[in-house]
Design a protein around this ligand. Structure first.
Ligand code: SAM
Length: 275
């Protein structure tokens, strides 16, 4: 396979305290079968004896095999493997590649979107790779299974990511998104949050949402959370979680003003540019 740059492959590895926090929650028994769908240098699969990793980059894969010699490590495209495997997992954890739609293309994207559509999640061509990665991973969990992942903060506002949350609330008993204000990856421009989904095969009508100023290692997601009704998330907030970063009274005031018949959006009065 052709060598990709670090950015093209989305190859940014997760700090150890984040790895152990996600694993401590996801793995509940030593017999649990763990999947990391994009295992990189193996730091998640090295944290549990009964683990399986997939990695498309041969060199990185070699590091993963040396680090977790007990693990089953497959080389290649996760989506191709996920479409074929009959294996099902108790838990999954990791950090999927964040490859933007401009680079997430060709056969891999066609396979990814096709697999997600078969699972019931319809992504547009504007999706970044990580969202289909998580739907395809969820599709490999056993009933009652769980998954814990690093996700870009775009999960809170990007329209392309909404089909992921729609899929998760229809397929898990609890879905918890943890926003982290201080950078999880100091060298990356991308802000990262955490996602915990438990009870595969269940359903929920709320998304739990916690906001941390900075990440601190823990064995579970924060107890303190806002319970965002899925109905409200869909209708009032256009499938965005980001409004829940602000205080309740500020959000209520915004809603009140936005709902007035004579309120006009800024974009109707002036043009807006980013940058
Ligand atoms: C963000 S890194 C995460 C690695 C590791 N899980 C960690 O957190 O340290 C993503 C990894 O996904 C790999 N990758 C990208 N696209 C892939 C694909 N379609 N199938 C399998 N692995 C892929 C990259 O080579 C990279 O090693």
């Amino acid at each position: 396979m052709q060598r990709l740059s670090q950015k093209e492959a989305g190859a940014y590895f997760t700090p150890d305290p984040v790895v152990s926090t996600l694993l401590r929650w996801a793995v509940r028994d030593e017999s649990d079968r763990l999947l990391d769908p994009s295992c990189g240098d193996g730091r998640f699969i090295a944290g549990h004896r009964n683990s399986v990793g997939i990695e498309q980059d041969m060199d990185t894969l070699g590091t993963a095999m040396a680090r977790a010699p007990w693990a089953l490590v497959h080389e290649g495209d996760f989506f191709a493997w996920a479409a074929e495997t009959a294996e099902r997992f108790d838990c999954a954890a990791g950090n999927p590649p964040f490859i933007r739609y401009q680079s997430f293309k060709g056969d891999i994207r066609a396979r990814a979107l096709g697999l997600c559509a078969r699972l019931g999640a319809e992504f547009t061509g504007l999706t970044s790779s990580w969202a289909p990665f998580l739907v395809a991973t969820a599709g490999l969990l056993k009933p009652g299974g769980r998954m814990a992942f690093v996700v870009p903060a775009e999960i809170g506002h990007a329209p392309y990511a909404a089909p992921l949350l729609d899929y998760l609330v229809e397929h898990f008993a609890t879905v918890h998104v943890v926003a982290v204000r201080e950078k999880l990856f100091p060298d990356l421009s991308e802000d990262c949050w955490l996602l915990f989904a438990d009870g595969h095969g269940g359903k929920t009508n709320e998304i739990r949402f916690s906001v941390l100023n900075r990440f601190a290692p823990s064995a579970r997601p924060p107890r303190q959370c806002i319970r965002v009704s899925v109905r409200e998330w869909r209708s009032a907030w256009k499938r965005r979680l980001r409004p829940f970063l602000v205080a309740d009274d500020a959000r209520d005031l915004y809603r009140h003003v936005a709902d007035q018949a004579d309120t006009r959006r800024f974009g109707e009065l002036a043009s807006i540019g980013i940058g």
